[in-house]
Design a protein around this ligand. Structure first.
Ligand code: N01
Length: 542
């Protein structure tokens, strides 16, 4: 970083915002090119999503070894203890990364970026922070993920509640003791399922306000044997797994099988479904199944029915059976994100757990003591809001980043979301964003997506420096083309039939449109990397 005289504004080649997977991989790559790089992070420690979302039971849904940075020097002396790591272990992992990569001089915590403006003369950004400080940079790269703007629904009277209220996305860092408490929870997304299954067995009572059932898949969690993991590393299994993620739709190690649902006989199909859902677990029933499941309603019904039949065996209470696994699903199976669960259905079946369907019994008000529906007042000590995020677009749109026409990103998207390849926007030169809108983001394993995007950014900056180019901007044609391709991919799937955060439908008044690239990682990376060829097609340079 440049020296800070009295009036001098510090300058770096690259400013990264957020201290998670995306920024750490970029930091390591770009400083190797000889660039000065700084990360600003508004939290007080690394971890990104794993810093903020430290609610009980928060745990990743991608399995080891692909949920980590893909650098050998990091994984050769860090071994995860569980197949699916929980947030405390992920925090420890980030500490390991910080130490191993010696990042102390590169990261500033408790530093909240408010906005940025582009200086056309100098071809650089001036970035301003909430503490009044500024910094200039040639390259401005927000790495703030798709879930950094939380959402709280406008429940009438929420502020009247005299008990404790917590949103899962800003859970107190010191934890909350819920033992023996009466708890109400709104929301049954990925966060809600994990909280409910974790606290259900220890609280006095749990009342779950559900709008849409989450069709969860068994996590099949297990402890990892350190010796076995070392053997796998020595065998090259880790490298192979990480490389395999380049070849699949979602950046996992497995992909859809090249077969249609009804190519198999009913017996073969049952056997296959059973293997994916019960024996293997994880996302395999979602992402390693017949390749028509997310495209063909009949195929999808078949998948739902098998899932339902399997889950119903785990729930005894007939009312809860209807609520958690209804005969007619509100959306095609897998078009809202299924959660990975550990004994969720058994916990929900406990007598101490009540599920209220807010479609039939909306929350009419909250008062000092609890939540009211037409079924009456439920008095509670604690209210948990597991109500999600203004996902994907909300993260960037909340910042006051002004482009060359003076408008913000929010202005740019006023009539519809548009980006070039989910990584840049016309009018916002020298700015890339990772793990954001119109990229494979929510349809992918996070570390895979961010790693592949970081490779592009590294290559782009390397070539631009060699070519003496100091201003790099996506063209409007490239943006238009990407938006057309986004819609084309999306419209072929069953995703448009779900009201989901994948399309912004979870936020009242938000435009409903595809927010994530549904064309798969392989095609995404081909488009992205290819755009640097033929004299930077799709980009304006000077
Ligand atoms: O948020 P969500 P999340 N009244 O939007 C409900 C990642 N993640 O924090 O489904 C009543 O999914 C809403 O209902 P509905 C992951 O990608 C990963 O759980 O819209 N209910 C829904 O049930 C995930 O998908 C991990 O009808 C209301 C819930 O609140 C994404 O982040 C862990 C309501 C919100 O669920 C978001 O997950 C956590 C209202 N007015 C998160 N408004 C792991 O890897 C909203 N809801 C494990």
């Amino acid at each position: 970083m440049g020296s800070m005289g009295e009036l001098e504004i510090p300058h770096v080649d690259v400013l990264l915002v957020g201290a998670g997977f995306a920024s750490f991989t970029l930091l390591n790559r770009l400083r190797k090119l000889g660039l000065s790089v700084t990360i600003y992070e508004k939290g007080s420690a690394a971890g990104g999503i794993w810093y903020w979302n430290c609610y009980p039971g928060a745990r990743v849904d991608s399995d080891t070894p692909i949920y980590q940075l893909f650098d050998k020097e990091l994984w050769e002396d860090f071994t995860f203890k569980e197949r699916y790591a929980g947030w405390p272990e992920l925090r420890r992992y980030f500490k390991h990364v910080e130490k191993k990569w010696n990042v102390d001089d590169h990261v500033e915590y408790n530093k909240h970026v408010d906005g940025a403006t582009f200086d056309e003369k100098k071809h650089q950004w001036t970035v301003d922070c909430s503490d009044g400080s500024e910094i200039t940079c040639r390259w401005f790269i927000p790495c703030i993920g798709f879930a950094s703007r939380r959402y709280t629904p406008p429940v009438p009277g929420l502020s009247e509640f005299q008990g404790e209220t917590y949103h899962t996305a800003v859970w107190p860092q010191h934890g909350v003791n819920l033992k023996g408490k009466r708890v109400a929870q709104i929301g049954t997304g990925a966060s809600g399922i994990q909280v409910a299954q974790e606290i259900g067995p220890v609280v006095k009572s749990l009342t779950l306000y559900q709008r849409t059932p989450n069709f969860c898949l068994p996590m099949n969690q297990r402890k990892l044997d350190p010796e076995e993991e070392e053997k796998k590393k020595a065998n090259g299994d880790y490298e192979k797994a990480m490389n395999d993620t380049r070849k699949t739709f979602s950046g996992f190690t497995y992909d859809f099988v090249e077969k249609k649902t009804f190519d198999d006989s009913p017996e073969e199909r049952e056997k296959f479904y059973h293997k994916l859902l019960v024996e293997e677990g994880g996302f395999r029933y979602w992402l390693n199944t017949y390749d028509d499941m997310l495209f063909d309603q009949k195929a999808n019904d078949e998948a739902y029915n098998f899932w339902r039949k399997t889950v119903l065996k785990r729930i005894k209470n007939p009312e809860k059976q209807k609520l958690l696994a209804p005969e007619k699903p509100p959306h095609p199976w897998g078009t809202k994100r299924p959660s990975l669960e550990q004994r969720f259905y058994e916990v929900m079946d406990q007598d101490s757990v009540t599920i209220i369907d807010v479609n039939e019994n909306p929350i009419t008000g909250v008062n000092a003591k609890g939540l009211e529906t037409k079924l009456g007042l439920v008095e509670v000590d604690v209210l948990i809001l597991a109500t999600g995020f203004d996902s994907v677009t909300g993260s960037l749109a909340q910042l006051n980043i002004r482009g060359t026409d003076g408008g913000t990103i929010k202005d740019h998207w006023a009539n519809g979301l548009k980006t070039s390849m989910g990584i840049a926007i016309p009018n916002f030169p020298n700015m890339f964003f990772l793990y954001g809108p119109q990229a494979p983001t929510a349809f992918s394993n996070g570390p895979s997506c961010t790693q592949f995007q970081a490779e592009f950014v590294e290559e782009a900056i390397k070539r631009l420096r060699a070519d003496n180019i100091t201003r790099f901007e996506a063209t409007e044609e490239a943006e238009k083309d990407w938006c057309n391709r986004m819609n084309e991919k999306w419209d072929k799937t069953l995703f448009p039939l779900a009201k989901s955060w994948y399309s912004g439908a979870n936020i009242p008044g938000k435009r409903v449109e595809p927010l994530n690239w549904a064309g798969g990682m392989v095609e995404y990376c081909e488009s992205l990397y290819g755009s640097l060829d033929n004299d930077y097609q799709g980009w304006k340079t000077n």
